[in-house]
Design a protein around this ligand. Structure first.
Ligand SMILES: Nc1nc2c(ncn2[C@@H]2O[C@H](COP(=O)(O)OP(=O)(O)OP(=O)(O)O)[C@@H](O)[C@H]2O)c(=O)[nH]1
Ligand SMILES: [Mg+2]
Length: 407
């Protein structure tokens, strides 16, 4: 039997050497950020039959000197993260030039909510996104970012539209100073948000979405998973601000909707919320709608038969071009008619701003506890042009104490 004696100094030296080698190895790996981009190539057709030009690429950014900090941050984050598990994503339609208006929105959404949950973010554009847009937004989002292009077919005049008639309408609206009345791209945007965003291939993997626009603010800490809340409570459509639409942009939207209801009575839910959008049992539209620049909703609701039939009906009626139908009244009427009223949700707690209206929780206790940064006097909910009070009333919701002071 051989007796092996090891020198303790040699042992100590070997241990230190191993630690050093391991540290150098870790440092040399760097940290990576991965995003999925869309840069030409072909993916399968969407359910609408349109084909998209895009393919996924993995882009890795070497952060070099920032390695140690990033690694520590990453570890710290992972420790804290409650990581959301719902199949859900943020979605923003934007142009490259919207980048710097959108970064503020993203940063607030991340700070107030998403850094805890790490949900993905899908960006859609009618043109290819610039590298600067992709790099900048990817750096801000805690989840995976994905960039998609919109097919020309979904961002153009459908073949049944009389282009001369549509041009005449734009001319007239311009004279009448109707906001965005002379814009073609605004109409493409409204039609896209009404009938196509949820069919984009990048959204096929998700059940819920949260729409975020440039220049919005989130005022309060959100300390629960909003997507999980939607799922657990069987909510299909959530909003923060509701208001009256400009009549001049939707002259025939309600009469067209009434024709639709006659043709498809099976799509109207027995426990609908018609009383929110009509004050006379459906004879006329009271112009109330949910402001769609904030929406948290079920993608399957839009993909379902009722909404698909409704969008096709409206699209063929031509009001996106012969008038200036917005996606907000279109989504709102659909949600009010086709959903069980229990499936709608008023997010009175998030604290939200899209120019020029604020939603600010008026109860002091809530506002302080959630570190809200808004002035309750600015809250729009109970003001005249809002439909917030109506929503509380038709749903017999208890209004906050002292709400009259904020009316
Ligand atoms: N890709 C693309 N996105 C657009 C276009 N027009 C608007 N958008 C996006 O569509 C959303 C709605 O457009 P906005 O200009 O915010 O419309 P709005 O909210 O009615 O009006 P303001 O915010 O008051 O200007 C935003 O997310 C925009 O970034 C466009 O021509 N192309
Ligand atoms: Mg906007």
């Amino acid at each position: 039997m051989v007796n092996i004696r090891v020198d303790p100094r040699l042992l100590r030296f070997s241990a230190v050497a191993v630690v050093l080698i391991f540290t150098v190895f870790i440092l040399s790996r760097g940290s990576t950020t991965t995003y999925t981009g869309s840069v030409g190539g072909v993916v399968p057709s969407s359910s609408s039959g349109a084909s998209y030009s895009e393919s996924k690429v993995q882009v890795k950014q070497q952060i070099g000197q920032g390695v140690i900090t990033n690694t520590i941050n990453e570890k710290g984050l992972k420790k804290q993260a409650q990581k959301g598990t719902v199949k859900a994503t943020f979605v923003s339609l934007a142009r490259n030039r919207d980048l710097w208006s959108l970064v503020g929105s993203i940063r607030l959404v991340e700070d107030r909510f998403n850094k805890k949950y790490g949900y993905d973010w899908v960006f859609l554009n009618d043109e290819p996104f610039s590298e600067e847009f992709k790099r900048t937004t990817t750096a801000l989002v805690s989840g995976t970012t994905k960039y998609g292009e919109i097919s020309k077919e979904q961002w153009s005049f459908p073949e049944w539209i009389d282009l001369d008639k549509a041009a005449q309408v734009r001319e007239d609206m311009k004279k009448n100073k109707i906001i965005y009345g002379d814009s073609i791209s605004y109409r493409f945007m409204c039609r896209y948000e009404s009938g196509f965003f949820y069919r984009h291939p990048l959204l096929q993997d998700y059940e819920y979405y949260w729409r975020v626009e440039p220049d919005i603010k989130l005022y309060c800490d959100i300390d629960y998973d909003i997507f999980q809340f939607m799922k657990d409570n069987n909510k299909k459509y959530g909003f923060t601000i509701s208001l009256h639409e400009y009549q001049a942009t939707i002259e025939t939207l309600w009469s067209t909707t009434k024709q639709f209801m006659e043709k498809y009575p099976q799509h109207i839910h027995k426990n609908n919320m018609l009383d929110f959008i009509s004050d006379d049992g459906g004879a006329s539209y009271n112009l109330c709608h949910f402001w769609s620049n904030f929406e948290v909703g079920s993608l399957d609701f839009w993909r379902g038969q009722a909404y698909s039939d409704y969008f096709d009906f409206l699209d063929h009626a031509g009001g996106f071009f012969y008038e200036r139908w917005g996606d907000a009244p279109v989504h709102s009427i659909a949600a009010a008619l086709f959903l069980d009223r229990e499936e709608l949700h008023f997010f009175t707690d998030v604290g939200y701003f899209h120019p020029p209206f604020h939603s600010c929780p008026i109860e002091d206790e809530y506002r302080l506890k959630h570190k809200c940064m808004c002035n309750p006097a600015d809250d729009f909910t109970f003001k005249g042009y809002s439909c917030g009070l109506k929503y509380y009333d038709v749903n017999r919701m208890q209004k906050p104490e002292n709400w009259e002071k904020f009316a």
